[in-house]
Design a protein around this ligand. Structure first.
Ligand SMILES: C[S@@+](CC[C@H](N)C(=O)[O-])C[C@H]1O[C@@H](n2cnc3c(N)ncnc32)[C@H](O)[C@@H]1O
Length: 388
């Protein structure tokens, strides 16, 4: 595992080996130990390698729904109330600028909002500050052209939007970047998927501390497994992947059990519902909840065993199939993960979480045909959600 926290098994050991060999060749240091010694002692070399490794993929209003929800959240705040946002990692700035444009769309005075944005890549931060973007940053139905003006290299954000975001280069693993109970809203999307489970847990601990009680945390669609259930409650808004931080001790065992059972029951037939009902009355804290807690502690093997045990009893639990899929995925067992997500989809063909996980798996596998089909399915679901 690298000092930046990225899991080599997810990044691909071969890709890492390739990058290291390439760099050794460029520097003419064929001896691996010599190169590692250089890497250990030279921050410049480490940051060079980081630039090669990181995945800066991002675009404006990525996923859309989180920003739609954010707009209503901001509008519903008390008039004049100040809000502090953090976008980490922010990559080349599309995410924090989307937050800025969302704030502007509310028509509220911008002085009451502060938006901080952090990324490990100096190149990405430099591009973000310049605010010039090409076609790749605008995907789907982009509705905010009024905040840009054309320049030779593409489109540049207007100065009034750029000055709403303060960017800095920083490592998410550095605790100094996390003042206590400071932010009202944190976007931490599409990094956790690349992290080693233990590192993801540490990072979530920092982020939990830095968020105010009642504050919101947004994660990526395939990252919900990393959100510590004992500190957060899902907002249950489709496609937002947003969580609210609870008061300490606020979440009772009942409250933890309910969303799981409710979500499962909602998608079942009457006969199936009768079967499931026995589950909720039987146990105060189900094996499923304990499995999730163990997963949050990084105890993947124990968690897998418990989830499997739970499924023997309650095979129709969509939640459990998804959890098991997430666990297999975190243990780099992609074929078992796929099997579990497919079982969840068999029970609920419109399950957004399972579809997103499957999409991620297919993207990682490099299966463009399946990726296209899954994206279409998700897009159709989004349209149905919008019109209903
Ligand atoms: C896929 S982008 C996600 C950007 C944005 N949050 C989004 O969802 O569109 C991942 C970013 O994580 C950054 N990153 C990777 N490791 C990091 C670390 N240890 N600290 C801060 N940023 C990191 C990379 O530089 C890259 O820009």
């Amino acid at each position: 595992m690298l000092r930046i926290g990225i899991d080599c098994t997810i990044l691909g050991r071969d890709r890492l080996k390739f990058l290291l060999k390439k760099r050794q060749g460029e520097l003419n240091i064929p001896d691996e130990d010599l190169y590692y010694a250089k890497l250990k002692n030279s921050p410049e070399e480490l940051s060079y390698l980081v630039e090669e490794i990181v995945v800066p993929e991002t675009w404006f209003f990525r996923d859309n729904q989180p920003f739609e929800y954010l707009k209503s959240y901001i509008t519903n705040q008390k008039l004049g109330q100040s809000l502090k946002f953090l976008s980490i990692p922010c990559s080349t700035g599309e995410e924090p600028y989307s937050i800025a444009m969302t704030v502007l769309e509310t028509g509220l005075p911008v002085q009451t909002f502060s938006i901080e944005a952090i990324d490990i890549s100096s190149k990405a931060i430099h591009k973000a500050i310049t605010g010039i973007y090409g076609q790749n940053s605008f995907r789907g139905d982009f509705k905010y052209q009024q905040y840009f003006h054309p320049v030779v290299q593409g489109h540049q954000l207007l100065p009034e939007v750029r000055k709403m975001v303060s960017f800095r280069q920083g490592n998410i693993m550095n605790r100094a970047n996390f003042p206590q109970a400071h932010y009202d809203v944190i976007f931490c999307r599409n990094l956790l998927i690349y992290l080693d489970t233990k590192v993801a847990r540490q990072l979530m601990e920092h982020l939990t501390k830095t968020l105010k009680v009642g504050g919101l945390l947004f994660v990526g669609s395939a990252e919900t497994i990393h959100v510590p259930q004992e500190f957060f409650e899902s907002l249950n808004k489709p496609f937002t992947f947003a969580y609210q931080k609870l008061q300490p001790q606020q979440k009772s065992v009942k409250a933890q059990t309910l969303p799981v059972i409710q979500k499962t029951i909602a998608s079942l037939s009457v006969d199936q519902k009768n079967l499931i009902k026995t589950d909720s009355s039987k146990k105060n804290e189900s094996d499923l909840i304990r499995a999730r807690k163990l997963a949050n502690l990084g105890k993947l093997d124990e968690s897998i065993l418990l989830a499997q045990k739970y499924l023997k009893e309650f095979f129709l639990s969509i939640e459990a199939h998804i959890l098991l899929g997430e666990l297999y995925q975190a243990s780099s067992n992609s074929s078992k993960a796929e099997e579990s997500f497919l079982k969840a989809l068999y029970l609920d063909p419109n399950n957004v979480e399972a579809l997103n996980y499957l999409l991620l798996l297919k993207e990682q596998k490099g299966d463009p045909k399946e990726v296209k089909i899954l994206k279409k399915r998700l897009e159709r679901l989004k349209q149905t959600q919008k019109t209903s």
